[in-house]
Write a protein that binds this ligand. Structure first.
Ligand code: GLV
Ligand code: MN
Ligand code: MN
Length: 425
C-alpha cells in the first residue's frame, strides 16, 4: 500500500498549481454582460434585479464546477468545496469581494475579486488539493450601497456589526430592504445566523483592481495593500418651500437647492482649502419636484469624506454639521442629517501582507506596497479576522466609471497571487 502523502508532498504538489487564466477572463466578460449598458458600463446596484441575476449567474458557474453555494441571512453568497472543512485543522481562509456595482460603474470593481476567488476554489477542487485550512469564496452583498444606502452591508453582517445597521433599512425611494433581501435568499430577521465570531477565520483575502494610478505609474504588477482609508457617509435632507418660479418674489424664498449648492462648495473646501480630510465629495443629489419652473421643495444629497486618520474625519464631520446648520439658518430651510455610515481606517495584517509579498515574489511578479483610497469589505472583516488585500493596476487609474480597465495579463497575475497566498498562508 502506498504511504499517505506527507506535508512536504502536499506542498510540493500544490506548488505547481496554476489558475485557468482564459476561464477567469471569459467569466469576467460574461458577468459584465449582466447589467451591462451601451457605453460599456455595468449597473448591478445591490439587491436590484440585475444584481440578483449576477449573483445567480455566479452561483450557477460554481455549481457547474462541483462547488456548493449558499446564501447567508445577510444575502452574502458563499461558495465551498464539498467536504473541504472535514480535512482541515485550522479555521477557514475566506477569499472574495463584492458582486454589486455603482450606477454605470466598471466591470471589475468587486466582480474581479469574486470571480478570481471562484477560480482559485475551482483550481483547488479540480486538483484535489489538500490544505490545512478550508478555503471559502464569498460575494459580499451591497458593498457599494448604490441603491440601498447601507454600504458594506454584507460584510457588516458577517462581522457582527448588527447594532450599527438600521433595523428596517430602505432604499433611496423608501422600498424596504427586508423584501429585496429575501428575494436574494437572505432573511432580515435572522441576521445573527450570518455573523462570524472573532477568531473564526485564519484570514480574509480580497483581490481588487487598484482603482488609482500608483501601480501603473510605477510599472508594478502587484500591489500589497498596507492600509485602507477611513470613510464617513452622510445623507443630508433639506426641506424648504416650493413655489412658482415666476411669481414668488426673491425675498422670503426658502430654496433648499440654493443651500445645497453652498454646501457642495463647502464640502469640497474641506479637502482643498481647509485640509480637514484627504478627499470630500458630494456624488448624489435628488431635487424634488425637479421641475425647471418650480422652486424646489426638498433636496437630498450624499456626502462622502475620507481620511486615514479617524480624528481628522471626526473634525471634518463636525465642520459639515456646523456649516449645514449655519447655511440652513441663513436660507431658512429645515436640515437633517439622516444617517452616518462610518468605516474606520484599518491596517492590513502584517503576516498576511508578508505572505502576499512572498507569493508575488515566488511567481516572479514586481510589486509595491501601497495604501487604498477606496473602501473595501476587508476593512469591515478586519474586526474579526486578519485581513490582506492584493491590488492589480488600473489602466489610467480610473474606477466607478465605464472605462475602468485592467490588462488581461495583470488580471491573471492577481488571481495567481491570490491562489499562491491561499496556499502559503
Ligand atoms: C467603494 O467602492 C468605495 O466607495 O470606496
Ligand atoms: Mn466601488
Ligand atoms: Mn470594490
Amino acid at each position: 500500500m502506498p504511504n499517505p502523502p506527507t506535508v512536504a508532498d502536499k506542498s510540493r504538489s500544490n506548488a505547481s498549481l496554476r489558475i485557468d487564466g482564459a476561464r477567469l477572463l471569459d467569466r469576467l466578460d460574461r458577468l459584465a454582460e449582466i447589467g451591462g449598458g451601451e457605453g460599456g458600463g455595468v449597473t448591478r446596484m445591490g439587491f436590484s434585479d440585475a444584481d440578483l441575476e449576477g449573483r445567480a449567474h455566479v452561483a450557477r458557474r460554481a455549481a457547474e464546477a462541483g462547488l456548493t453555494t449558499t446564501v447567508d441571512a445577510g444575502g452574502n453568497l458563499l461558495i465551498r468545496r464539498p467536504g473541504d472543512h472535514r480535512r482541515c485543522a485550522r479555521p477557514p481562509v475566506l477569499i472574495g469581494s463584492h458582486l454589486d456595482t455603482v450606477a454605470d460603474g466598471g466591470r471589475l470593481d468587486g466582480a474581479y475579486g469574486v470571480i478570481a476567488a471562484l477560480e482559485v476554489l475551482q483550481t483547488l477542487h479540480e486538483a484535489g488539493a489538500e490544505t490545512d485550512h478550508e478555503t471559502i469564496a464569498i460575494g459580499f452583498a451591497n458593498e457599494e450601497g448604490a441603491l440601498f444606502p447601507q454600504p458594506f452591508w454584507g460584510s457588516m453582517v458577517l462581522a457582527g456589526r448588527l447594532d450599527a445597521l438600521p433595523s428596517e433599512p430602505e432604499d433611496y425611494a423608501g422600498k424596504p430592504l427586508r423584501d429585496a433581501l429575501s428575494r436574494a435568499g437572505g432573511d432580515l430577521s435572522q441576521l445573527k445566523t450570518a455573523t462570524w465570531a472573532p477568531g473564526s477565520l485564519t484570514a480574509y483575502l480580497e483581490l481588487h483592481v487598484e482603482q488609482g494610478p500608483v501601480l501603473e505609474r510605477l510599472g508594478r504588477t502587484i500591489g500589497v495593500v498596507e492600509s485602507i482609508t477611513g470613510r464617513i457617509h452622510m445623507s443630508v435632507q433639506l426641506h424648504g418651500r416650493a413655489g412658482h418660479a415666476g411669481t414668488t418674489p426673491m425675498e422670503g424664498r426658502r430654496d433648499p437647492l440654493v443651500v445645497a449648492a453652498s454646501l457642495v462648495g463647502a464640502v469640497q473646501r474641506l479637502a482643498t482649502e481647509e485640509n480637514l480630510c484627504r478627499v470630500a465629495t458630494v456624488g448624489r443629489m435628488e431635487v424634488l419636484p425637479n421641475s425647471p419652473n418650480t422652486i424646489p421643495d426638498s433636496v437630498r444629497l450624499d456626502i462622502d469624506l475620507r481620511d486615514s486618520d479617524p480624528a481628522r474625519l471626526d473634525a471634518a464631520e463636525g465642520t459639515v454639521r456646523k456649516t449645514l446648520a449655519d447655511l440652513a439658518r441663513v436660507g431658512n430651510v429645515r436640515a437633517t442629517i439622516e444617517s452616518a455610515v462610518r468605516s474606520a481606517p484599518v491596517h492590513t495584517d502584517p503576516v498576511v501582507r508578508d505572505t502576499i509579498a512572498a507569493s508575488a515574489t515566488e511567481l516572479g511578479f514586481s510589486q509595491e506596497t501601497l495604501p487604498s483610497g477606496a473602501g473595501h469589505d476587508a476593512q469591515v472583516v478586519a474586526d474579526i479576522a486578519p485581513v490582506g488585500m492584493i491590488f492589480v493596476p488600473s489602466i489610467d487609474g480610473v474606477s466607478h466609471v465605464p472605462v475602468e480597465r485592467t490588462a488581461p495579463d495583470d488580471l491573471v497575475a492577481g488571481a495567481e497571487v491570490l491562489l499562491r497566498t491561499v496556499l502559503n498562508l
